[in-house]
Design a protein around this ligand. Structure first.
Ligand code: NAP
Ligand code: ZN
Length: 353
């Protein structure tokens, strides 16, 4: 297969820094769109994968699944996009398109496994896929999104993962005007959850460990902030929330939050925090108030486009810090300290120079 050799940024081992390296991309096949990458958001999943937190990482890891760029070439069968279009790519670049999940526009739950934008088996070139910390990407048109032109382009990038991952549970649990929604953790996903829930008309509460984030949370649209380490504040919101979106990336005790879920309410986990035991979630609060704990994975392509269009109409983007590619290692250290306001986005010009 014809390939092109391009610049990327990645890591060759869990404990190594990310650095410049070169990768191969396929030339656009008949159904492919070739995208010149302008911006790429930095998700906590990038860090988890680079450092093999979840096991199974394949090296070199080239992370990045919040990709914005311009179409520079299209295959002869491509009808959805043309050269010059502003487009996005999120966490998936392919799926089987035929299973029940794919038929229902739930490619993220493809029964045959979707192809992740990075660190998934590459069906075309062998080896594994490389993400958006790179000059270009070549993607099947069915996994490419249209980006509203009225928004700040760099600040749209995080919608492709942080946005859709919080939008999908908001829609699945039918959040609407007046719904009582809470978000745990004010990071990349958390700040998008606040903006999107607010956009849907919900009454939004943030649970945070950090008193220093109260002012920002309100600016971002939270109606209330509860400091999760303060028992009195936690008691005051007992049985209040119809939906809680928990964005904490590391293992933590969910039980105090379960007490704040309303009858028939649900706490949705989006961080992969490992196995359940009673120190994480006990059954009593679930049974006593018919509460549920659920998980949710990104969102389908149709749903992602719906979210992007909604953001275009409501002028919703991420709050970002634009960085150069070469600053990624410091950015990861700051992300670990929850010192990001509220998503790093890489200006890909810095890699191309
Ligand atoms: P992030 O920007 O680092 O934000 C996480 C927030 O959680 C922090 O800002 C902090 O908020 C809180 N937090 C961090 N460590 C904590 C701890 N030990 N205990 C309690 N709270 C803690 O991360 P992100 O990019 O939003 O990603 C969040 C998680 O979602 C990651 O695990 C990521 O891999 C996962 N993810 C899942 C999906 C999916 O499809 N399900 C998609 C994307 C990402 P406060 O300072 O306010 O407490
Ligand atoms: Zn992500």
């Amino acid at each position: 297969m014809n390939t092109q050799n391009i610049k990327a940024f990645g890591t060759t081992a869990p404990d190594a820094d990310l650095k410049e390296l070169r990768i191969d991309r396929r030339m656009a096949l008949s159904n492919d769109v070739e995208i010149d990458i302008l911006y790429c958001g930095v998700c906590h999943s990038d860090l988890h994968t680079a450092r093999n937190d979840w096991g199974g990482s394949k090296y070199p890891v080239v992370p990045g699944h919040e990709i914005i760029g311009r179409v520079v070439a299209v295959g002869e069968q491509v009808s959805k996009f043309k050269v010059g279009d502003l487009v996005g790519v999120g966490c998936m670049v392919d799926a089987c398109k035929t299973c029940e999940s794919c038929q229902k526009n739930l490619e993220q739950y493809c029964q045959n496994g979707f192809t992740g934008t990075y660190n998934a088996p590459d069906k075309h070139l062998g080896g594994h896929t490389f993400g958006g910390y790179s000059e270009k990407i070549v993607v099947d048109q069915d996994f490419v999104l249209r980006i509203p032109e009225n928004l700040n382009t760099a600040a749209v990038a995080p919608l492709l993962c942080a946005g859709i991952t919080t939008w999908s549970p908001l829609r699945r649990w039918n959040v609407q005007k007046g719904s009582k929604v809470a978000v745990i953790g004010l990071g990349g996903l958390g700040h998008m959850a606040i903006k999107l829930a607010k956009g849907l008309g919900a009454e939004v509460t943030l649970f945070s460990r950090s008193i220093s984030k109260i002012v920002d949370a309100k600016r971002l649209g939270a109606d209330h902030v509860v400091i999760s380490t303060n028992e009195e504040e936690m008691k005051a919101v007992k049985s209040k929330f119809e939906l809680i979106i928990d964005t904490v990336p590391y293992q933590h005790d969910i039980n105090p939050y379960m007490q704040t879920v309303a009858i028939d309410g649900t706490l949705v986990l989006v961080g992969f925090i490992g196995e359940f035991d009673e120190n994480i979630v006990s059954t009593r609060p679930l049974i006593n108030q018919r509460r549920a704990v659920a998980g949710s994975l990104i969102g389908g392509i149709v749903e992602t486009q719906e979210m992007l269009d909604f953001c275009g109409e409501h002028n919703i983007v991420s709050d970002i810090e634009l960085i150069n590619m070469q600053d990624i290692n410091q950015a990861y250290e700051r992300m670990l300290k929850s010192d990001v306001k509220y998503r790093f986005v890489i200006d890909m010009k810095s890699l191309k120079n």
